[in-house]
Design a protein around this ligand. Structure first.
Ligand code: SF4
Ligand code: SF4
Length: 446
């Protein structure tokens, strides 16, 4: 029986066939792009999701035939370049995803195109640099270098040079690098008895992420303080490389595989020892929950890590359900404008952060469930910066509406982008930015 449009069946995500030589065959890719572009042209549901679809529909509408066959194949790449792999078209809009016979997986088709381009052309220096979050973080956090990098990132003249030489948008507010990295300075867990719940393991391993390790160690420290307050013993994962998401977005799948070889063995060991693995950045969590399992479907270690991986608020809400989370909040947070990033939404776990924040007395949460348009490195690049701010505009407006005390997103990069957009629209008021983990710690008063 063929699947019908609008079927209520759960979508099936097929593994990424990236080791098959056909995956990299340019002609076969062109045929598949044409096939899927035709379906999208006839459907157009995703027109307001991002700038990839309007680019495609404009190309079709302005072509001589007003059909996909009138679009120059070279222009297919304009659509690919606008996709930052947020996955929203697959997860929320598309009625033609498998098991539908049309088998549309638009994000993974874009990923395949990026991989083909990367294999044939490589990537420009800027893209290789920005996607090397680990190497960049190690370099930028060296004493003295860190102060210089942070200072230069705020000097308009230096940013002008960065824009013209590197292609990093001058107007984009960049995060500071930390002078004390998270991983080497993380507090050791006190001894607590392990209390496994029905839904949650009673001990936790922290995969820090590049961003928390090098840019905002405070988020990691807040997470540890929450675990400590709840008497949940924890360890920091002994060895860690970048999760590989920035390289995936570049189409550099071989480097993703190299990162996986570093990360998965220690994580799999912890998973098998019964730890819950918590990752405080949604894109990194998604990498372990979804992308690596699709790239390595037969790897038992990847599967073990997938099964043990939690978003922190997913863990807290389930821990609460198990009756093992303290709710002895010392104070309310006031008005919180909370944004759910795309990479949290596609984890299909429900709005766990909202649930937790709403459980704090004296806290009024306004939830915005819409793409903010930054993506990891996409919105930093000169050629995409304006589009990134344009996509984010409705989010900036909705986040500002309640005159919030706090602006918060599970994705710390999106949070910064949103506050920048609010400030530029003169709508930030007295709002301060804080990660939801930081807000939870504040409410606990620990
Ligand atoms: S994955 Fe996201 S950015 Fe890419 S086409 Fe789909 S909605 Fe647009
Ligand atoms: S991805 Fe699916 S829902 Fe979106 S335009 Fe294409 S066919 Fe329609």
């Amino acid at each position: 029986m063929t699947a019908r449009e609008g079927s209520l069946e759960a979508p099936t995500r097929h593994p990424l066939d990236w080791r098959n030589p056909d995956f990299y065959d340019a002609d076969k890719l062109d045929k598949e792009l044409e096939r899927v572009y035709e379906i999208c042209h006839g459907c157009r549901r995703c027109v307001n999701l991002c700038t990839a679809f309007p680019t495609l529909f404009d190309l079709v509408d302005e072509s001589s035939t007003m059909e996909v066959d009138g679009v120059d194949k070279k222009d297919y790449w304009k659509v690919v370049d606008q996709c930052y792999l947020c996955d929203m078209c697959y997860m929320t809009k598309c009625p033609y995803v498998p098991p539908h016979e049309w088998n549309v997986d638009f994000p993974h088709l874009m990923l395949r195109a990026k991989a083909v381009k990367f294999r044939s052309e490589g990537a420009r220096f800027r893209d290789r640099l920005l996607s090397s979050t680990d190497a960049l973080g190690k370099l930028a956090t060296i004493p003295v270098v860190v102060q210089t990098v942070n200072a230069m990132n705020k000097v308009p003249l230096a940013r002008g040079v960065m824009q013209s030489v590197l292609g990093v948008a001058k107007a984009r507010e960049l995060p500071d690098y930390a002078s004390r990295k998270f991983r080497p300075n993380a507090a050791t867990s006190r001894t607590h008895a392990v209390k496994d719940g029905k839904n949650t393991p009673g001990k936790v391993a922290i995969y820090a992420t590049c961003y928390v390790n090098y840019n905002e160690p405070g988020i990691g420290n807040d997470l540890l303080a929450i675990l400590e307050h709840n008497a949940i013993p924890y360890v920091i994962v002994e060895k860690e490389a970048c999760c590989g998401m920035p390289k995936l977005e570049l189409g550099d799948l071989e480097t993703v595989a190299k990162h996986k070889e570093i990360n998965i063995p220690p994580l799999a060991r912890l998973a098998r020892e019964g730890y819950a693995i918590l990752t405080p950045v949604p894109s990194c969590t998604l990498m372990f929950k979804q992308e690596l399992p699709l790239m390595f479907p037969d790897d038992a270690d990847v599967k073990a890590v997938q099964d043990a991986m939690f978003d922190p608020f997913e863990y807290f809400v389930l821990r609460n359900k198990d009756g093992l989370l303290k709710t002895d909040f010392k104070g309310g947070l006031g008005k919180v404008s909370y944004h759910i990033p795309c990479h949290s939404r596609v984890q299909n776990m429900g709005q766990k952060t909202r649930e937790m924040l709403q459980a704090i007395p004296g806290t009024e949460v306004t939830t915005i469930e819409r793409c903010a348009g930054h993506d990891g490195t996409w919105g930093v690049k000169t050629e995409y910066y304006a589009n990134s701010m344009k996509i984010g505009r409705p989010v900036f407006r909705q986040m500002a509406e309640p005159s919030p005390d706090w602006v918060s997103s599970d994705c710390p990069i999106a949070g910064r982008h949103i506050l920048q957009g609010m400030r530029e629209g003169d709508a930030a008021g007295h709002a301060r930015k804080a990660h939801p983990i930081t807000l939870l710690r504040t409410a606990y008063g620990v």
